[in-house]
Design a protein around this ligand. Structure first.
Ligand code: XLS
Ligand code: CA
Ligand code: CA
Length: 437
């Protein structure tokens, strides 16, 4: 059965096309710096928003009208798989991502849940045989069911911890079965509401043990995916342990996990942490830990995790600048962890939203590559740190000086020739780049 009958395969038609079902900038075959756009951008479709989500919010029921609405339970799960692969084909997606509960309903026990999962995973595997769409990552949803109220790997109850471990074990098996490139850990409720009822040290060390067990088990079964941690500072808990890239890096280092993890960085989580998207990408890239990206955007007027489709070209460009400087995303990709607005309830909106996001990152890629080719900003950075290239500056960089020597150097200095940071010139130049693609 076809779910999106009216829509044919979305193609690249160029910037002047007025066909709403065509890409204007994303041309999968176009080469940018020797790699096709498809190879660099590695777009992923988030199963939970696009096939499982219904547009509900804390103030009202779902609004989405979907061709599978009349179904329930396993029939619904199967219809979603059929719809998903039709959608992947039509939007030309190289990857998809899911949580366990997105693809199959939870049963009353873990045993029942696993049975449901087995059936749907077998079906997905069949569909994947005739599809180019691969699994970018999967993960266990250890945050929706009421049992996770106080956390999963950081729960104060050992049975809950064991349940979480069991779900992760299954997640790793599923990832292996479907050839996932990565496996994600997002600590949805791994945090606290009040320090007065929390043993923070125990919770964090339990969480680290869980990650170690996951690493051991993936080795045991020969699942060689890249492990990713997805930081987020808050929501749903007041304070989440994986607050941002810097905090999560310290956690990984403290528990000797740093060599086995990279980061899955979500734009909206970066802004919730009071950073820009590109800040988080930069921090991860500088320590060689930029793994994958959840491509979306927040709304600064609202300030919560709105998971909007990314359309802000300034942000997609600065993100692509970091990604290109990283030499690409390796096994990672750009997963649209984004949902259509509650008011965009028609099925067509799913296509419009993805086209908008895919075009926005294609523009970002083109502009960022041009910026890098021109070396304009790199030139500014280079000049700015000029004094560290020779003399006392070089000695500082090489670790070959001391406070005594530096005092002797500084003691009689009267004028220091500081130069402008040129922020306005930089911003104007960025605008020029954006307008000239
Ligand atoms: C929620 C997160 C979540 C992770 C995967 O805010 O973005 O969807 O990406 O569990
Ligand atoms: Ca995410
Ligand atoms: Ca989010």
């Amino acid at each position: 059965m076809a779910y999106f009958d009216e829509i044919s395969k979305v193609k690249y038609e160029g910037r002047n096309s007025d066909n709403p079902f065509a890409f204007k900038f994303y041309n999968p075959e176009e080469k940018i710096n020797g790699k096709t756009m498809e190879e660099t951008l590695r777009y992923g479709i988030a199963y939970w928003h696009t096939f499982t989500g219904d547009g509900g919010d804390p103030f009202g029921a779902g609004t989405a009208i979907r061709p599978w609405d009349h179904l329930k339970g396993m029939d619904l799960a199967k219809a979603r798989v059929e719809a998903a692969f039709e959608f992947f084909e039509k939007i030309d997606a190289p990857f998809f991502c899911f949580h366990d509960v997105d693809i199959a309903p939870e049963g009353d026990t873990l045993r029942e849940t696993n049975k449901n999962l087995d059936e749907i995973v077998a079906m997905i595997k069949e569909y994947m045989k005739d599809s180019k769409t691969k699994l970018l990552w999967n993960t266990a949803n250890n945050f929706t069911n009421p049992r996770w109220t106080h956390g999963a790997g950081t729960s104060p109850h050992a049975d809950v911890f064991a349940y979480a471990a069991g779900k992760i074990k299954k997640g790793l098996e599923v990832g292996k079965e479907l050839g996932a490139e990565n496996y994600v850990f997002w600590g949805g409720r791994e945090g606290y509401e009040s320090l007065l009822n929390t043993n923070m040290k125990l919770e964090q060390s339990n969480l680290a043990s869980l990650y170690h067990m996951a690493l051991d088990y993936s080795k045991e079964i020969g699942f060689d995916a890249q492990f990713l941690i997805e930081p987020k500072p808050k929501e749903p808990t007041t304070h989440q342990y994986d607050f941002d890239v810097a905090t999560a890096t310290a956690f990984l280092q403290q528990y000797d996990l740093q060599d086995h993890f990279k980061f899955n960085i979500e734009a909206n989580h970066a802004t919730l942490a009071g950073h820009t998207f590109e800040h988080e990408l930069r921090v991860a890239r500088e320590s060689g830990m930029l793994g994958s990206v959840d491509a979306n955007q927040g709304d600064l007027l609202l300030g919560w995790d709105t998971d909007e489709f990314p359309t802000d070209l300034y942000s997609t460009t600065l993100a692509m600048y970091e990604i290109l400087k990283n030499g690409g995303l390796g096994r990672g990709g750009l997963n649209f962890d984004a949902k259509v607005r509650r008011g965009s309830f028609e099925t067509d909106d799913l296509f419009h939203a993805h086209i908008a996001g895919m075009d926005a990152f294609a523009i970002g890629l083109k502009v960022a590559q041009k910026m890098i080719d021109d070396n304009f900003f790199e030139g500014i950075v280079d000049d700015r740190y000029e004094t560290f290239k020779s003399g006392i500056g070089k000695q500082i960089v090489d670790g070959k000086t001391s406070l005594k020597e530096l005092e002797a150097h500084a003691i009689d200095i009267k004028d220091i020739n500081l130069k402008s940071g040129q922020v306005e010139k930089i911003k104007a130049k960025m605008n020029q780049y954006l307008l000239n693609i």
